[in-house]
Design a protein around this ligand. Sequence first.
Ligand code: E4P
Length: 216
Amino acid sequence: MKLFIDSGNLHEIESLVPLGIIDGITTNPSLLAKEGGDARAIVKRICEVVKGPVSAEVVATESGAMIAEGRELAKIDDHVVVKIPFTREGIKAIKALSGEGIRINTTLIFSATQALFAAKAGAAYVSPFVGRLDDIASDGMLLIEQIVEIFDHYEFGTEVLVASVRSPMHIVTAARMGADICTCPAKVIDACFNHPLTDIGLEKFLKDWEQAKRGK
Ligand code: E4P
Protein backbone atom coordinates (compact mmCIF):
# COMPACT_ATOMS: atom_id res chain seq x y z
CA MET A 1 0.00 0.00 0.00
CA LYS A 2 1.31 3.44 -0.89
CA LEU A 3 1.61 6.06 1.84
CA PHE A 4 0.84 9.72 1.13
CA ILE A 5 1.06 12.71 3.48
CA ASP A 6 -2.13 14.77 3.72
CA SER A 7 -0.61 18.21 4.20
CA GLY A 8 0.19 21.54 2.61
CA ASN A 9 2.93 22.20 5.15
CA LEU A 10 6.42 22.07 3.66
CA HIS A 11 8.12 21.66 7.03
CA GLU A 12 6.03 18.56 7.80
CA ILE A 13 6.59 17.17 4.32
CA GLU A 14 10.34 17.82 4.38
CA SER A 15 10.64 16.15 7.77
CA LEU A 16 8.91 12.94 6.63
CA VAL A 17 10.14 12.49 3.05
CA PRO A 18 13.70 11.46 4.12
CA LEU A 19 12.16 8.36 5.73
CA GLY A 20 11.99 7.03 2.17
CA ILE A 21 8.49 5.56 2.54
CA ILE A 22 6.40 8.51 1.35
CA ASP A 23 4.90 7.97 -2.11
CA GLY A 24 2.94 11.17 -2.63
CA ILE A 25 1.04 14.11 -1.15
CA THR A 26 -2.57 15.24 -0.98
CA THR A 27 -3.55 18.84 -0.32
CA ASN A 28 -6.93 20.49 -0.22
CA PRO A 29 -8.08 24.14 -0.17
CA SER A 30 -8.39 24.15 3.65
CA LEU A 31 -4.86 22.78 4.13
CA LEU A 32 -3.31 25.26 1.66
CA ALA A 33 -5.32 28.20 3.04
CA LYS A 34 -3.87 27.42 6.48
CA GLU A 35 -0.36 27.92 5.07
CA GLY A 36 -1.14 31.36 3.60
CA GLY A 37 0.80 32.78 0.64
CA ASP A 38 0.69 31.61 -2.95
CA ALA A 39 -0.96 28.17 -3.03
CA ARG A 40 0.37 27.31 -6.49
CA ALA A 41 3.92 28.18 -5.43
CA ILE A 42 3.53 25.87 -2.42
CA VAL A 43 2.27 23.05 -4.67
CA LYS A 44 5.27 23.58 -6.99
CA ARG A 45 7.69 23.44 -4.04
CA ILE A 46 6.01 20.25 -2.74
CA CYS A 47 6.48 18.69 -6.19
CA GLU A 48 10.20 19.46 -5.98
CA VAL A 49 10.48 17.72 -2.60
CA VAL A 50 8.33 14.67 -3.33
CA LYS A 51 8.87 12.80 -6.56
CA GLY A 52 5.38 11.34 -6.61
CA PRO A 53 1.76 12.38 -7.21
CA VAL A 54 0.78 15.69 -5.55
CA SER A 55 -2.95 16.40 -5.48
CA ALA A 56 -4.06 20.02 -5.90
CA GLU A 57 -7.77 20.81 -5.82
CA VAL A 58 -9.89 23.06 -8.01
CA VAL A 59 -12.10 25.60 -6.27
CA ALA A 60 -14.34 26.27 -9.29
CA THR A 61 -17.74 24.57 -9.10
CA GLU A 62 -19.04 24.77 -12.69
CA SER A 63 -17.66 22.15 -15.10
CA GLY A 64 -16.24 24.59 -17.69
CA ALA A 65 -14.45 26.56 -14.98
CA MET A 66 -13.27 23.33 -13.31
CA ILE A 67 -11.79 22.15 -16.60
CA ALA A 68 -9.99 25.48 -17.15
CA GLU A 69 -8.68 25.51 -13.56
CA GLY A 70 -7.70 21.85 -13.77
CA ARG A 71 -5.63 22.51 -16.91
CA GLU A 72 -3.84 25.37 -15.13
CA LEU A 73 -3.13 23.25 -12.05
CA ALA A 74 -1.77 20.44 -14.23
CA LYS A 75 0.72 22.90 -15.76
CA ILE A 76 2.34 23.58 -12.38
CA ASP A 77 4.34 20.35 -12.51
CA ASP A 78 4.21 16.89 -14.10
CA HIS A 79 3.55 15.43 -10.64
CA VAL A 80 0.33 17.37 -10.11
CA VAL A 81 -2.86 15.34 -9.90
CA VAL A 82 -5.98 17.50 -10.20
CA LYS A 83 -8.43 17.00 -7.38
CA ILE A 84 -12.09 17.43 -8.29
CA PRO A 85 -15.05 17.09 -5.90
CA PHE A 86 -17.73 14.54 -6.69
CA THR A 87 -20.63 16.60 -8.03
CA ARG A 88 -22.62 16.51 -11.27
CA GLU A 89 -20.42 19.31 -12.59
CA GLY A 90 -17.34 17.58 -11.23
CA ILE A 91 -18.05 14.33 -13.01
CA LYS A 92 -18.26 16.16 -16.36
CA ALA A 93 -14.93 17.83 -15.66
CA ILE A 94 -13.38 14.48 -14.64
CA LYS A 95 -14.48 12.92 -17.92
CA ALA A 96 -13.11 15.83 -19.97
CA LEU A 97 -9.78 16.23 -18.16
CA SER A 98 -9.10 12.48 -17.97
CA GLY A 99 -9.70 12.36 -21.72
CA GLU A 100 -6.89 14.91 -22.09
CA GLY A 101 -4.54 12.69 -20.10
CA ILE A 102 -4.72 14.75 -16.90
CA ARG A 103 -4.77 12.53 -13.81
CA ILE A 104 -7.75 13.17 -11.55
CA ASN A 105 -8.27 12.48 -7.86
CA THR A 106 -12.01 12.55 -7.12
CA THR A 107 -12.46 13.99 -3.66
CA LEU A 108 -15.30 14.10 -1.12
CA ILE A 109 -16.35 10.52 -1.85
CA PHE A 110 -18.85 9.27 0.74
CA SER A 111 -20.59 6.40 -1.06
CA ALA A 112 -19.72 3.44 -3.27
CA THR A 113 -21.85 4.74 -6.14
CA GLN A 114 -19.86 7.98 -6.15
CA ALA A 115 -16.64 5.96 -6.39
CA LEU A 116 -18.09 3.82 -9.20
CA PHE A 117 -19.23 6.86 -11.21
CA ALA A 118 -15.85 8.58 -10.76
CA ALA A 119 -14.05 5.44 -11.97
CA LYS A 120 -16.37 5.25 -14.99
CA ALA A 121 -15.53 8.88 -15.78
CA GLY A 122 -11.83 7.97 -15.88
CA ALA A 123 -10.53 9.21 -12.52
CA ALA A 124 -7.06 7.94 -11.62
CA TYR A 125 -7.94 8.01 -7.88
CA VAL A 126 -11.03 8.09 -5.68
CA SER A 127 -10.72 9.56 -2.19
CA PRO A 128 -13.30 8.20 0.27
CA PHE A 129 -13.22 10.28 3.49
CA VAL A 130 -13.30 7.65 6.23
CA GLY A 131 -12.81 9.90 9.26
CA ARG A 132 -15.65 12.24 8.34
CA LEU A 133 -17.96 9.23 8.01
CA ASP A 134 -16.84 7.93 11.41
CA ASP A 135 -17.53 11.43 12.79
CA ILE A 136 -21.23 11.06 11.97
CA ALA A 137 -21.46 7.55 13.48
CA SER A 138 -21.19 5.90 10.08
CA ASP A 139 -18.51 3.30 9.16
CA GLY A 140 -15.78 4.82 7.00
CA MET A 141 -13.83 1.59 6.59
CA LEU A 142 -16.94 -0.32 5.48
CA LEU A 143 -17.04 2.07 2.52
CA ILE A 144 -13.42 1.19 1.68
CA GLU A 145 -14.29 -2.50 1.81
CA GLN A 146 -17.18 -1.93 -0.61
CA ILE A 147 -15.15 0.15 -3.08
CA VAL A 148 -12.18 -2.27 -3.08
CA GLU A 149 -14.60 -5.16 -3.70
CA ILE A 150 -16.36 -3.35 -6.56
CA PHE A 151 -13.11 -2.24 -8.24
CA ASP A 152 -11.78 -5.82 -8.00
CA HIS A 153 -14.54 -6.93 -10.39
CA TYR A 154 -13.55 -4.53 -13.17
CA GLU A 155 -10.50 -3.00 -14.81
CA PHE A 156 -10.99 0.71 -14.29
CA GLY A 157 -7.37 1.31 -13.27
CA THR A 158 -8.70 3.69 -10.60
CA GLU A 159 -6.83 3.55 -7.29
CA VAL A 160 -8.57 3.65 -3.91
CA LEU A 161 -7.00 6.45 -1.87
CA VAL A 162 -8.14 6.28 1.74
CA ALA A 163 -8.54 9.87 2.99
CA SER A 164 -9.59 11.71 6.14
CA VAL A 165 -7.46 9.30 8.15
CA ARG A 166 -7.53 9.89 11.90
CA SER A 167 -5.48 7.09 13.45
CA PRO A 168 -2.95 4.30 12.78
CA MET A 169 -5.85 1.80 12.94
CA HIS A 170 -7.26 3.35 9.77
CA ILE A 171 -3.92 2.54 8.10
CA VAL A 172 -3.95 -1.05 9.37
CA THR A 173 -7.52 -1.65 8.23
CA ALA A 174 -6.92 0.01 4.85
CA ALA A 175 -3.91 -2.25 4.22
CA ARG A 176 -5.82 -5.37 5.32
CA MET A 177 -8.59 -4.46 2.88
CA GLY A 178 -6.14 -4.01 0.02
CA ALA A 179 -6.65 -0.27 -0.49
CA ASP A 180 -4.06 1.16 -2.89
CA ILE A 181 -3.10 4.26 -0.91
CA CYS A 182 -3.59 5.80 2.51
CA THR A 183 -3.09 9.57 2.87
CA CYS A 184 -2.34 10.56 6.44
CA PRO A 185 -1.77 13.71 8.44
CA ALA A 186 1.84 13.92 9.69
CA LYS A 187 0.72 13.33 13.27
CA VAL A 188 -0.80 9.94 12.33
CA ILE A 189 2.43 8.89 10.60
CA ASP A 190 4.41 10.08 13.64
CA ALA A 191 2.13 8.05 15.92
CA CYS A 192 3.15 4.88 14.06
CA PHE A 193 6.70 5.40 15.32
CA ASN A 194 5.66 5.38 18.97
CA HIS A 195 5.70 2.03 20.71
CA PRO A 196 6.81 1.70 24.33
CA LEU A 197 8.02 -1.88 23.81
CA THR A 198 10.31 -0.72 20.99
CA ASP A 199 11.73 2.03 23.24
CA ILE A 200 12.16 -0.32 26.23
CA GLY A 201 13.62 -3.04 24.00
CA LEU A 202 16.16 -0.72 22.39
CA GLU A 203 17.20 0.73 25.74
CA LYS A 204 17.88 -2.80 27.04
CA PHE A 205 19.78 -3.90 23.92
CA LEU A 206 22.08 -0.86 24.17
CA LYS A 207 22.55 -1.26 27.92
CA ASP A 208 23.44 -4.97 27.56
CA TRP A 209 25.86 -4.11 24.74
CA GLU A 210 27.63 -1.47 26.81
CA GLN A 211 27.85 -3.78 29.83
CA ALA A 212 29.35 -6.58 27.70
CA LYS A 213 31.94 -4.17 26.28
CA ARG A 214 32.94 -3.17 29.81
CA GLY A 215 33.37 -6.88 30.58
CA LYS A 216 30.63 -7.05 33.20
C1 E4P B 1 -7.81 14.12 1.40
O1 E4P B 1 -7.37 14.22 0.30
C2 E4P B 1 -8.29 15.23 2.23
O2 E4P B 1 -7.40 16.31 2.05
C3 E4P B 1 -8.26 14.91 3.69
O3 E4P B 1 -7.90 13.58 3.92
C4 E4P B 1 -9.43 15.39 4.46
O4 E4P B 1 -9.24 15.04 5.80
P1 E4P B 1 -10.06 15.68 7.01
O5 E4P B 1 -11.41 15.04 7.04
O6 E4P B 1 -9.24 15.34 8.22
O7 E4P B 1 -10.11 17.15 6.75
